[in-house]
Design a protein around this ligand. Structure first.
Ligand code: UD1
Length: 418
């Protein structure tokens, strides 16, 4: 099994180009079920994307990947489509459940494996099913599968989500594409990745208006067969490298981004005293002499993302005083904490809250990655630790970070995969 070995304390300098967003690509790939010919560019070629492509191939979509250009051509079939998403293709990646909405709306039926729990929490799909039922789907759960049907087709409806969910909003948007009449979604998620899906669906011929804070109006206009789309940058990857720069950057430039989208993250880093400069499509960042403590709560966008919580926690270990993180999105997202403590961090967990005392000296250790974002926080800790840090189970990292070692090595980090 592959490991990452990090030799800590090497000052980082250089430029990092941010890849396309994995979390935007996944629902857009599911949306290609609705289209004829799609060309996507700026696609991050990471494991989760290949898993989704395997699922689309199984469904009957032809796929051509240009690795060099990071583009994918997808061609839909008119007939003999498979409306099944089997367990083996959904179990490793929950986003597989996003094919439910498009299959159901286009082919009036779908059988999709329940994704099950995952390391960071139980992660149910009740809100996805709630929205589809409102659109008129008949749904039953049998033998671990969601079996959905809409013999007469889906019908536009008013849907008010009881809680904000990224995936459920995406499934509802995708299902609303083929529904008759108008659909109004309220209390929906408005992550930049969802807005990227919305812009893709508009190119597909959908009229979508985002009103007020969390309302989307969806109405199909004219179906378009051919769509080209470039995926938005990965704000979580950008945030991760911003933290790396704040931890040990002589000067790092994070490019190919839109700094406006990172407002919450930038504001927090500034409050902590990090040296940061914003440009049109890039940010420069370097370590400051002293970091201030801070309290944050993870929230849906535009709040601070749960996917950056572990990374920011590493920065908090270097801030003077007691910092606090309240994890409000997932119930089990402090799995990086025992590993960080083994490296010398002083962190205490009280239910949803992590209390981080700093600054503390981190020392390299052999640690284990437990999920995608937890594993990258161990990489960040390794960058500032004394001696060597060995990270096991890095297949988690490969699910979502494109060219991680290459990008860090280009900035002079001591990172090696063995
Ligand atoms: C997406 C992101 C993930 C990110 C998360 C929150 C993708 C592929 N993944 O995951 O990286 O951490 O948003 O920003 O884009 N919930 C329910 N019932 C449901 C659905 C969700 O109770 O039917 C709960 C979840 O358990 C969680 C909360 O709602 O506590 C938010 O989850 P959700 O926004 O749906 O996350 P995902 O779409 O799974």
């Amino acid at each position: 099994m592959q490991k990452l070995i990090i030799k800590g304390k090497k000052k980082l300098s250089g430029t990092i180009s941010i890849s396309g967003s994995k979390n935007a690509t996944l629902p857009i790939l599911a949306a290609t079920i609705l289209a004829g010919n799609v060309t996507l560019t700026n696609v991050p070629l990471v494991k989760d994307i290949f898993t989704m492509l395997d699922l689309l191939k199984f469904i009957g979509i032809k796929i051509k990947i240009n690795r060099l250009r990071r583009s994918i051509k997808l061609t839909g079939k008119k007939k003999n489509i498979n409306t099944l998403a089997p367990y083996k293709l959904v179990k490793t990646m929950r986003a597989g459940v996003l094919v439910l909405g498009p299959l159901l709306t286009k082919y009036k039926k779908a059988k999709v494996s329940l994704p099950g729990g995952c390391a960071i929490g139980t992660r149910p799909v009740d809100l996805h099913l709630f929205a589809l039922k409102k659109l008129g789907a008949k749904i039953k759960i049998k033998d671990g599968y969601i079996i959905a049907e809409a013999k007469e087709g889906l019908k536009g409806a008013k849907i008010k989500f009881p809680n904000i969910s990224v995936g459920a909003t995406e499934n509802a948007l995708l299902a609303a594409y083929g529904a008759s009449g108008k659909t109004i979604l309220s209390n929906c998620a408005i992550e930049p990745e969802i807005l990227d899906l919305v812009s893709f669906m508009k190119k597909l011929g959908c009229k979508i208006t985002i009103k007020g804070r969390r309302i989307a109006l969806v109405k199909k206009k004219n179906e378009r067969e051919k769509v080209n789309h470039s995926i938005i940058f990965d704000r979580i990857e950008a945030g991760t490298y911003l933290v790396a720069g704040a931890l040990i950057g002589k000067k790092i430039i994070i490019k190919d981004i839109k700094p406006k989208i990172l407002k919450c993250e930038v504001d927090i880093l500034k409050k902590m005293g990090v040296k940061i400069n914003l440009f049109k499509n890039s940010i420069s960042i370097s370590k400051s002499k002293r970091l201030n403590k801070i309290n944050i709560t993870t929230k849906p966008y535009p709040g601070f993302p749960t996917d950056l919580q572990g990374q920011l926690m590493v920065l908090m270990t270097q801030a003077k005083g007691l910092s606090k993180i309240k994890e409000n999105i997932f119930e089990n997202r402090f799995m990086h904490v025992p590993e960080l403590k083994r490296m010398g961090a002083k962190i205490e967990i009280k239910n949803k809250i992590a209390l981080i005392s700093g600054p503390s000296k981190l020392t390299g250790a052999e640690v284990m990655a437990t999920d995608l974002r937890a594993s990258v926080s161990l990489v960040l800790a390794g960058l500032i630790a004394d001696n060597r840090t060995i990270i096991n189970r890095i297949y988690h990292l490969d699910r979502g970070y494109e060219f991680l070692e290459k990008k860090l090595k280009n900035c002079k980090a001591g990172v090696k995969r063995v």
